[in-house]
Design a protein around this ligand. Structure first.
Ligand SMILES: [Ca+2]
Ligand SMILES: [Ca+2]
Length: 164
């Protein structure tokens, strides 16, 4: 009995040591562009009907947090946990403090209107949990966040703020 207690104790110490080696915060990349927030759950009942649905109410906001550098979104890539992918293929310049909403559905992209459409009527961001990955044109990570509805959206309005 005594020996067994000692074995459990050693295992517990090992587990704690492993946990303390994991960074407490999400990885922070060196990047001007970060994820400002996400409307992962579009208001209302989800419908991916291209004409009458609400996919365009699901969006990811990417903002330029640098103080003096304008960044072209062309070549930036967004992925979800399942590997669904969207690449910005056109020039879209984000001045310092400027942002873009990447919306689902179809529409007219507008630099002045701060909007790019995925041109896909299916929802991209799961309503229960998902991960968001933003990559630079080089393939290097720019920002990433994971969420669960239960842990990260206390007011349950379908929106989560990451970088204010
Ligand atoms: Ca969604
Ligand atoms: Ca919320």
């Amino acid at each position: 009995m005594r020996i067994r207690h000692l074995a459990i104790s050693a295992a517990t110490v090992g587990t704690l040591a492993a946990l303390s080696a994991v960074p407490a915060q999400a990885t922070e990349y060196s990047s001007a562009l970060k994820i400002k927030g996400i409307q992962y759950d579009a208001p209302g009942s989800d419908s991916n009907n291209c004409r009458t649905g609400n996919t365009d109410e699901e969006y990811l906001t990417i903002k330029n947090y640098s103080s003096g550098t304008t960044v072209n979104l062309k070549g930036y890539v967004v992925k979800d946990k399942a590997g669904n992918r969207f690449a910005f293929t056109a020039n879209h310049y984000l001045q310092p403090g400027d942002y873009v909403k990447l919306r689902g559905g179809n529409g007219t992209d507008s630099d002045a209107g701060n909007v790019v459409y995925r041109d896909n009527c299916n929802f991209m961001w799961n309503n229960d949990k998902d991960s968001i990955y933003l990559y630079k044109p080089s393939g290097a990570g720019a920002d990433s966040h994971s969420y669960t509805r239960s842990s990260n959206d206390p007011d349950r309005n379908g929106y989560i703020t990451y970088h204010g």
